[in-house]
Structure formats: structure tokens, C-alpha cells
Write a protein that binds this ligand. Structure first.
Ligand SMILES: Cc1cc2nc3c(=O)[nH]c(=O)nc-3n(C[C@H](O)[C@H](O)[C@H](O)COP(=O)(O)OP(=O)(O)OC[C@H]3O[C@@H](n4cnc5c(N)ncnc54)[C@H](O)[C@@H]3O)c2cc1C
Length: 401
């Protein structure tokens, strides 16, 4: 069990110290400043930080050594995430190292491994996920984006939607329909698509946060070399499900939860009611205690899933349970932040999230970021497979329904 194994583990304590010191030395100063003011980072700022983690091998610490990883134990990965969150380092962007990489090293050709893996380890390539389409979200296997083989290329036509960071990505891993005449799961293939290929159009979708990270992606006669097919044609559903289980594990970010709790503790301390800090209020003390117990439970669930993932595909049902509990906890943590910030009248000063903002903040310096996260993470119970769908998976797996 995770909680038992971490305590008193001298090796792990040294590793934690190393992570903290690395962050202090290696997070670029401009990025620290923004992190401390809870401001958005630009792509190049993330890239600088992620490349430093990559050079250390820490982005892919969980990967097997033969593919460029460090074969971290689940406890090491969790300790890494905890320390990143507690010191306030930028969050990790997972599409490459947690999603594309494991599919490529598990199902990809030797050429694909040679071409893509080391760039993922070093964050030289940014990836996005081309799964969802209008009409194919929960019912993903209904996807219609068509890929037709013509000699040594696939010609891709169709549309993806909700594609996070497509405008920052170099590559997309995409599900495409290669056979429309069979059971829907049996006609899907898994392609790696260079985002600079002619015929790709990216249109932004502005979300509830007023920020831009979501997109629609259109494909018009996009030529993808046959060498970019992962595994076998029409067997993509198997690789897609493997990736989905990993995605559900990584949709729960321990470093983010630690960072939110740090922010909320500071806001509680700063916010006074009747001359006393809210951190002394028994109602908030109880809520914080419940959130911390919830986090310990999610960490234990995650340790189990990471252990299962080391021997191949993590089980769908366990990943579903973790995704469900983790995203419920995430929303409860952020709701607590909102309940405190309500004392300031809850203004959403979205401009304060950008470095050039010169205005005055209403409320604590964490307020704009906490409101942003609260708004954005309403979607946590939708992305990576909606929570209702996770409940269906658990019901089928555990209860045999
Ligand atoms: C912020 C955000 C980021 C995203 N990023 C990406 C990305 O990078 N790449 C990508 O490919 N996709 C991405 N998605 C898409 C995401 O995976 C889908 O939104 C999700 O799978 C749900 O699909 P849908 O939106 O089509 O909703 P629908 O499938 O239409 O569901 C609508 C509602 O019906 C419920 N429902 C549907 N089917 C069932 C059922 N069988 N039983 C019970 N309830 C059901 C759902 O729970 C939901 O409440 C993102 C979504 C969001 C919101």
C-alpha cells in the first residue's frame, strides 16, 4: 500500500530532496515569477521547463529503461508529482510522454520507435490527441474521419474536435476509419500525423475560461505515409483502449492537487472573517481534512494503477475508478477555493492571468488562477471519458451488469 511504503523510505526522501533542489535551480526565473503570480505560461516557457525535465530523464521516469526511461516505481512517480506540486513547478503536459510514447513503444514498428521515442523523452516533439469528433465522444467507435490507402499513403478527410493544444502540437495521434463496412470497432486505425502536413486546418474554440487551449481540426486530403500507421490496419481500437486507460490515470494529476491545496491553504490564512483567519474556522478545517484524506485515497488508488500499468495495459476498470474519484476530488478541492473567494465577491479577473497585466487584483493573488481552474475543471468529469461512462465501466466490470 502506497501510504505505508512511502514513510521512512530513505531512498525516496533523498529523491524528493533532489526534485525540490532541481526545481529551485532549473525552473527558469521568468517561469517562477509567473507561477508565483499564478499566470499562464506560453508554449516556449513550458517547452524550456519540460526540456530541462526531459534532459534529466524525468518526463519519462516511468518508462522502461530499454525505451529511454528510468523504470521508476509507482512510489517514485508519486513522490515526483507531489514535490512538483508542493514547490509550485509548472504542471506536466502529458500527451507525449504518457499517451503517445507508451503506445509507440508497445505497438509501434522499430522505425517508429527510433523516430519518435527519444524526441518524446526530451520533449522535442509536442503531441495532441485526435480522438473525439462531432458525434463521436462517449461513443468514440462511431468516429468517421476517413483514411483511404492510395499506394504508400493514407488520404485523410474529416474532422476532430476538442483537440487540446492542437495549435501547439507538432504531431497528432489520431483514430481514423479505414474500413466502414465492418463492426465499427473493427474498422479503425491508429495514425501518427505530422501537423504541418498540407490540408490540416486548426480553428480555436474559446471555452468557459475565456482562454484558448481547445480546437477543431479539419483534414482535407491530408497525405499520411503508410509508415505512420501504428500496428496493424483496422486494429486501432485495441491501441486506442490501451491509450485510454493510461489517459484516465494521467487525467488525475497529483502535482496539480498538491498545488491547489497549497494555494487554498494560503488563501484561507489570508482571508479574515470577524478578525480571524478562515484557517481557524472549524468548518474549513474539517473540509481541508476531508480533502487531504481524499487525496491520500486517490494516491493509493493511483499507486495500484501505476503498478498494474508496469506489466502492460492498466486495467480499464481500475483506471475508471481512479478517474472518477480523482476528478470528483479535484472538483471538491476547487469548489472549496471558490467558497473562500466568494467572500471577495468572486470577480473573475481573467486579464490577471497574463504577464503584461498592470491592474489591481480584488482578493488574494491566487484568486484569478483558482477561478480559472474551477471553471476549466468542470470539464474534468467530461474529458478523458465522461464520469457517467466510467461508472458504466465499473458497473460492467465489478458488478457484471
Ligand atoms: C476540456 C476538454 C478537453 C478535451 N480534450 C480532448 C483532446 O485533446 N482530444 C480528444 O480527442 N478529445 C478531447 N476532449 C473530448 C472528450 O473526450 C469528450 O468531450 C468526451 O469523451 C465526451 O464526449 P462528448 O463531449 O461528445 O459528449 P457525449 O458523448 O455526447 O455525452 C454527453 C453526455 O451524455 C452522457 N453519456 C453519453 N453516453 C452515455 C452512456 N452510455 N451512459 C451514460 N451517460 C452517457 C455523458 O456522460 C455526457 O454527460 C476534450 C473535452 C474537453 C471538455
Amino acid at each position: 500500500m502506497f501510504i505505508r511504503s512511502v514513510r521512512g523510505n530513505a531512498g525516496l526522501d533523498d529523491f524528493r530532496k533532489e526534485v525540490r533542489e532541481f526545481c529551485k535551480e532549473q525552473v527558469p526565473p521568468v517561469v517562477w515569477r509567473k507561477q508565483q503570480r499564478s499566470q499562464h505560461l506560453e508554449r516556449h516557457e513550458y517547452d524550456d521547463w519540460l526540456k530541462r525535465l526531459g534532459a534529466k530523464g524525468w518526463l519519462t521516469g516511468r518508462w522502461p529503461k530499454e525505451h529511454g526511461g528510468l523504470a521508476w516505481t509507482p512510489e517514485q512517480f508519486l513522490a515526483f508529482e507531489e514535490e512538483l506540486g508542493r514547490v509550485g513547478a509548472p504542471p506536466l503536459i502529458t500527451f507525449g510522454f504518457a499517451l503517445a510514447g507508451p503506445v509507440i513503444y508497445t505497438f509501434g514498428s522499430p522505425e517508429q520507435k527510433a523516430k519518435y521515442l527519444s524526441d518524446i523523452v526530451r520533449n522535442n516533439t509536442w503531441w495532441c490527441q485526435g480522438y473525439s469528433e462531432p458525434g463521436a465522444g462517449s461513443d468514440l467507435a462511431s468516429l468517421k474521419t476517413r483514411a483511404v490507402r492510395v499506394n504508400d499513403h493514407y488520404i485523410v478527410n474529416g474532422q476532430k474536435i476538442w483537440t487540446s493544444y492542437a495549435h501547439w502540437a507538432d504531431m497528432m495521434f489520431a483514430l481514423v476509419r479505414t474500413n466502414p463496412d465492418v463492426k465499427k470497432q473493427e474498422g479503425i486505425s491508429f495514425l501518427l500525423i505530422d501537423m504541418k502536413t498540407p490540408g490540416i486546418t486548426i480553428r480555436p474554440i474559446k471555452g468557459i475560461t475565456l482562454g484558448h487551449h481547445l480546437n477543431e481540426v479539419f483534414f482535407e486530403n491530408v497525405r499520411v505515409p503508410v509508415g505512420n500507421l501504428v500496428g496493424e490496419e483496422n486494429k486501432g481500437w485495441t491501441y486506442a483502449k490501451f491509450l485510454l486507460a493510461n489517459e484516465r490515470i494521467h487525467s488525475v494529476s497529483i502535482s496539480k492537487f498538491e498545488a491547489y491545496l497549497e494555494k487554498i491553504r494560503r488563501v484561507l490564512l489570508e482571508t479574515k472573517e470577524g478578525g480571524r483567519s478562515l484557517s481557524e474556522d472549524p468548518i474549513f478545517q474539517r473540509r481541508m481534512a476531508e480533502l487531504e484524506v481524499g487525496l491520500a485515497t486517490v494516491k493509493a488508488l493511483m499507486a495500484d494503477q501505476l503498478a498494474a500499468a508496469r506489466t502492460g495495459s492498466p486495467p480499464m476498470m481500475g483506471a475508471a475508478a481512479l478517474k472518477l474519484r480523482g476528478t470528483q476530488l479535484q472538483q471538491s478541492i476547487l469548489q472549496t477555493g471558490i467558497d473562500i473567494l466568494g467572500r471577495y465577491g468572486l470577480p473573475y479577473q481573467v486579464d490577471a492571468l497574463y504577464a503584461d497585466w498592470q491592474g489591481d487584483l480584488i482578493g488574494p493573488k491566487e484568486s484569478a488562477a483558482l477561478i480559472y481552474e474551477h471553471l476549466y475543471r468542470r470539464a474534468a468529469s467530461v474529458y478523458s471519458g465522461s464520469n457517467e461512462v466510467q461508472k458504466n465501466i465499473i458497473a460492467k466490470g465489478a458488478l457484471g451488469l
